[in-house]
Design a protein around this ligand. Structure first.
Ligand SMILES: [Zn+2]
Length: 165
């Protein structure tokens, strides 16, 4: 019988390898290992749009809570909003993050969504290469949709703090 472990952030069930919980994310060690694998995969086939940013944001929002810093959750939600609703590339999201970082905004804590996520990093990693970008965006969209209670908040932050928005 396979001994599975559930990730506290995204809810994915993975074979238990007795890995430590992540200290940066609200994630099981098994889940964070897949995230590192996906990131390495993107580094090996770089692209001008910097798609890895969408993985950073989807993973970041999905693994919020616990000891995760509020700024990480805030930046993840902003990145997902810009990518999913405004069709920003990863590179454009990165520039928006840099602009926001200069503003020294005090981020308050977030209430995590109750609704479970439909997709995880495992879905993006396990799909054939040609469909990976599509799945990456589906994952981003699913995470963004799940955080529906913060959609207005995120839109307002972008309206208030981003120039040329
Ligand atoms: Zn996870």
């Amino acid at each position: 019988m396979v001994n599975n472990k559930t990730c506290p952030g995204c809810g994915v069930m993975l074979p238990n390898k007795n890995l430590e919980f992540s200290d940066q994310y609200n994630a099981s060690g098994e889940c964070i290992q897949l995230y590192h694998e996906l990131s390495a995969n993107f580094i090996m086939s770089p692209d001008v749009t910097f798609r890895t940013q969408h993985a950073v944001d989807a993973y970041g929002a999905q693994h919020s809570g616990n000891r995760v810093k509020n700024i990480r959750t805030a930046f993840s939600l902003i990145g997902l909003y810009l990518a999913v609703e405004r069709e920003y590339t990863g590179r454009q999201v990165q520039h928006a993050h840099m602009e926001l970082a200069k503003r020294n905004i005090k981020w308050s804590s977030f209430i995590l969504p109750i609704r479970p996520y439909a997709l995880s990093v495992a879905d993006v990693l396990n799909i054939v290469e040609v469909k990976r970008n599509e799945m990456l965006m589906e994952w981003s969209k699913n995470v963004w949709d799940t955080w529906e209670n913060y959609h207005e908040w995120t839109r307002n932050i972008c309206k208030s703090y981003l120039k040329h928005f």
